[in-house]
Ligand binder design. Structure first.
Ligand code: ADP
Ligand code: ADP
Length: 232
């Protein structure tokens, strides 16, 4: 479970304060698919980046399964952050590494044997449906294939939470559907909590259980989503 309590984030740039997130209170349940929608600049990305402390809130508490991340020392924080995977609009894959190596990357330097890493990577690539591309480089893949690799990499640390920042915004409608279906499968098979940032209502309707609407750093509405997607 994710609990944001009175979370605020203020950026200071050129001596001007930008209140990107203002006193947000939000609880996201385990295994929920939760959407955050709003116009550009509303504070969606900053809010969601506060969940894994890519942005450190200026004020408030971030509790993951009851643990306040802001109180943790470096080593414990690192362990907790491994349990929160993230994917992005621009995929952020390593261009000089193969698909296999991109997915293996987070598993390296953790004292896991090469055989175990290989087994894990192959099973993740199978899960995301891209086993035939393991020796390809990112530049040889379509956008949808790149996002599948990014999802496999994000799942490598067995996270309990997956944060998706405009993960389908660079994709065409057909590919968007297939990636959303994959996220839905991941949610159902692995029980992972998924938080999805988008500016498109169609994405929310396709897979989210609930949605927060953001405006000027505030959550102005919190709604259940009536699904238009009949296939479970
Ligand atoms: P959204 O994801 O809804 O587009 P963001 O969270 O990216 O919104 O941005 C919210 C506000 O915070 C915007 O006004 C943006 O310009 C500002 N902002 C975001 N990141 C920074 C930063 N690193 N430094 C200064 N201002 C920032
Ligand atoms: P290192 O950086 O330690 O040399 P590598 O990233 O080259 O390690 O490889 C780690 C392990 O993953 C090795 O056992 C290697 O055989 C395996 N491996 C790497 N790429 C592939 C691939 N495309 N298909 C199957 N196994 C691979």
């Amino acid at each position: 479970m994710i609990q944001l309590i009175d979370v605020s984030k203020t950026f200071i740039s050129d001596n001007v304060s930008v209140h990107a997130v203002k006193d947000v209170n939000l609880t996201i349940d385990q295994s929920e698919i939760f959407g955050v929608i709003g116009f550009s600049g509303a504070g969606k990305s900053t809010l969601v980046r506060c969940i894994n402390l890519l942005e450190r809130p200026t004020k408030g508490q971030v509790l993951i399964d009851g643990v306040d991340l802001l109180q943790l020392k470096e080593r414990d924080l690192r362990l907790h952050r491994q349990k929160i995977g993230m994917i992005f609009q621009q995929f952020n894959l390593l261009a000089s590494r193969t698909v296999f190596e991109n997915v293996a990357f987070p598993l390296k330097h953790r004292g896991i044997s090469k055989d175990k890493i290989k087994e894990k990577v192959l099973s993740l690539l199978d899960l995301v449906g891209i086993s035939d591309k393991l020796c390809s480089y990112p530049s040889q893949l379509s956008g949808g294939q790149k996002q599948r690799v990014a999802i496999a990499r994000a799942l490598a640390s067995d996270p309990s939470i997956l944060l998706c920042d405009e993960a389908t915004s660079a994709l065409d409608p057909q590919t968007t559907k297939s990636i959303l279906k994959l996220l839905k499968d991941v949610n159902r098979k692995l029980g992972i909590t998924i938080v999805i940032i988008t500016h498109e209502m169609s994405v929310i309707k396709e897979i989210c259980h609930r949605v927060a609407v953001m405006e000027n750093g505030n959550v102005v509405e919190l709604n259940d989503v009536i699904s238009t997607f009949s296939n479970p």
